[in-house]
Design a protein around this ligand. Sequence first.
Ligand code: SF4
Length: 195
Amino acid sequence: MTQTNRIRLPNNPAPKQWLAADRSSQYIASYKPFNMVDGEGVRCSLYVSGCLFNCPGCYNKVAQNFHYGHPYTQELEDRIIADLSQSYVQGLTLLGGEPFLNTQVCIQLAKRIRREFGHSKDIWSWTGYTWDELMKESADKLELLRYLDILVDGRFLLAQKDLTLQFRGSANQRIIDVPKSLTQKQVVIWDRLRK
Ligand code: SF4
C-alpha cells in the first residue's frame, strides 16, 4: 500500500444525513471580534461548536465536539450586534465547527443582522459541505445559505493543503459569491479572488 492510500479522508454524508435539529447543542467555541483574518476587512467571527466531517488536519479539532465551549446566549448576540455596529467593521464571519450543523444559532443571528443592518454588513461562512451538496440539503441549511454573501465551501483536504491561498487551507475549497450563484443556479466565484 502506498503512503497516499493510507491517508484517511474526511467523512462524506449522504444528503440530509446530518441535521442541525439532531446534532446541534447550540454551543459556541469562541467569539473573536475585530479581526482581519476571517475574510475581507475587519470582521467579527463566531465559531460554533460541532462538526462531523472530521477532516484530518482540521484547524480547530476541539470545536468538532458539539458540547465544546459555552451555550449561545442573548447576551452574546447583543454584544455581536453592538460590535458590528462599529463603522469600521465590514461584517460577520461564521466558522466552526460547522455553521450548517448549527443553523438554529446562525439563522437567528443572520436574521437579526439583516433586520438591523440590511446589507450594509456582509456575512461570510465557512462550511465543510460543497455547494453541490448544500443544494441537496435540508431546508434550514438552504435558509442559512440565503442569508450569506460569501461561502467558502468544501472539506479541508490535507493532500491539497496550500497555505498561500486566500482565506482557505486547501485547493479544493472555493470562495463563492452566494447571491450571484443562487441567481445563476451555478457556482460563481468571488470577483475579488486573488489566489
Ligand atoms: S469541515 Fe472544517 S471544522 Fe469540520 S472537520 Fe473539516 S476542517 Fe474541521
